[in-house]
Structure formats: C-alpha cells, structure tokens
Design a protein around this ligand. Structure first.
Ligand code: SIN
Ligand code: FE
Length: 308
C-alpha cells in the first residue's frame, strides 16, 4: 500500500522523535508514497467550509475548478457577473487564507526542505468528479502523472496537498505503479525520447530567450524534461490498453482528511468525490532527502542526456 498514515500525536512539536520521523516521511513521499492525515492538520474555519459547500447550489457561476495564484494574489474560475462582487471577494479571502495556512504547516512539517519551493496555485474543486464531461486530456478519472501545459517546472517537483471538505463522502482515487516502472513501459517505445534540438530549433530558441519573448510561448519555455513529462501525461491518458490493463490500487480519502503526494511521478486518477481544496508546491529537486529519486535523475540516467 503506498499510503502512509500520519497519526495526529506524531505532529506534536513535543514529540521527541519528531525530527527523525519527518525525515522518514520525506523519504516515503519521495519514494512515491502518499502521506495521509486522517484528520487534516490545516484547519479551515467552519464558516469558510460552509461557504464553500454552499457553492453547489449556485453552480451557474461555478462550473469548474477555482484557482488562486498566490504570487499575484489573483483568483480565477469564478464568473463575477453571475456570482456578484461580494461572493467573489469572499472566495478570494478564503483561498488566500487556505494557501497561506497550508504553506505555514508545510514550513514546519517539511522542515528538511527549508522552504526550497515555489508556492504554486491553490484550487477549490466543487464539482462531482464521477462522470464529469471533460476532453480526454483534461479528464482526471484516467490514470496520469501531472504536467502543466503552460507552466514548465524545469525539473522542479510537483507536490500537492489536498483536503476533502465534503461533510460525509470520501474522495476516491486510484494510484498506479511507481514512476520508474511506468516510465520504462512508455519510453522509448510509445514516447519519443527527448533529443537535443537541431541547429534551426536551437537558433530559434536562443533568439526567443535573448529577446525575452520565450516567456510568451509555453513550448519555448519548456526544457526537454518538460516536453517529455507533458507527452507522458497525454500518452498515459490516451493509451486505452494501459488504462484497461495497468496495475492499480484504490485509495479512499475520508471526509475531513488531507493527503499529499508528488503527482508528477505517482500515477493517479480521481473516480468520485466532491469539494476538495488543494495547494501545489514546486519543490527544488536539490532539496530532496533521497538524492537519486527525482524524475529528472531517473530520466537522465535512462536517456543519457541532460534534460533540464
Ligand atoms: C488530479 O490531480 O488528477 C485530480 C485529483 C483530485 O482532484 O482529487
Ligand atoms: Fe492529476
């Protein structure tokens, strides 16, 4: 079972073995485990939860995930015209508060990382996941590893912290095999392995970077690592034989629980559940407790190329 439950009392700062335990938890996380908190350690005020659960009834202004971008303090995914400014402002405050509460918790809990991360987007997921009508590449009920089309990470790791705020339902996931095994199955047969650019592509990229326009076009910001991870995400979802036949385990996250996982390496899918909060971190691979476990290292070893 890749799930490691963290008992509540282990979180107490008074616990004499807390530091040792933290290193073990980091190791488990980096090895593809899910750290599971049966009762979330990041408390969301009751009034905030009530407000978030109430969004179901006015779903016309809210039919997808709501995203909060802490770097720019911006909220998106809510239609201000139908929601009205008060509701938008309330949602903004709740997401801002959630984002900083999760970071404050992880500064302590993931102390070996010494904050070597970038606080990425937070999201609120109000929609029932079972039977969502989404395009193949957007579907989250197909096993996949995460990659962001417009935000290349250049080898930094994607760590996600979730909270199931549904009052009584579980959030139901399936989890696939470890990254090193999955990636061997997909590459090099099903995926073109990253290659060095030819002279024309290289000159184009250098020009784009020198003039600063590279930041405008996602493809130009991508390293070979990002291009590979994006292809892996798409190919996994589109491979019906893999979806039908691969090994998987079901995991249910209880109402009120939290969990965190490196989603760029752990194949996952959500099959059912409603109302979750989530905060993403991009973690410096040099901060890892276990040095040879990053996807960048695994892929570079496999291909013999520098990828980021
Ligand atoms: C995903 O990252 O694929 C979705 C996970 C979730 O919303 O539970
Ligand atoms: Fe995902």
């Amino acid at each position: 079972m890749p799930v490691h439950a963290i008992p509540q009392d282990a979180l107490s700062p008074a616990s004499p073995v807390r530091e040792q335990r933290i290193r073990v938890w980091c190791t488990q996380l980096e090895a593809g485990g899910i750290l599971y908190f049966p009762e979330t350690p990041v408390l969301v005020p009751y009034a905030d939860v009530e407000f978030l659960l109430g969004q179901q009834k006015c779903s016309s202004s809210l039919h997808k995930n709501i995203a909060y971008k802490p770097g720019r303090d911006k909220l998106s995914g809510i239609d201000e015209k139908s929601a009205g400014p008060d509701k938008v402002q309330r949602m903004h405050e709740i997401m801002r508060r959630y984002s900083s509460s999760v970071e404050a918790f992880l500064v302590e809990f993931l102390s070996p990382y010494q904050r070597r991360w970038r606080l990425d987007y937070a999201s609120f997921r109000p929609v029932e996941e079972k039977g969502r009508d989404l395009s193949m590449r957007h579907r989250n009920d197909l096993l996949h590893t995460d990659a962001f089309p417009t935000r290349p990470t250049r080898g930094w790791r994607i760590l996600r912290f979730f909270h199931n705020i549904h009052p009584n339902r579980t959030r139901d996931w399936v989890v696939g095999e470890p990254f090193a095994r999955v990636v061997r199955e997909f590459a090099p047969v099903k995926l073109a392995l990253p290659r060095a650019d030819g002279p024309v592509a290289r000159a184009g990229k250098q020009f784009a970077q020198a003039t600063g326009i590279a930041s405008l076009v996602p493809q130009w910001k991508r390293t070979p690592y990002d291009a590979f991870m994006m292809r892996l995400h798409n190919t996994m979802k589109e491979d019906t034989a893999f979806q039908a036949g691969c090994q998987r385990e079901e995991v249910q996250f209880a109402s009120g629980s939290s969990w965190m996982v490196y989603t760029e390496t752990v194949p996952h899918a959500v099959l059912g559940g409603q109302f979750a909060l989530e905060q993403t971190f991009l973690v410096d691979p040099a901060a890892m407790v276990t040095r040879d476990s990053t996807p960048l290292e695994i892929l570079e070893k496999m291909t013999g190329h520098v990828l980021a």
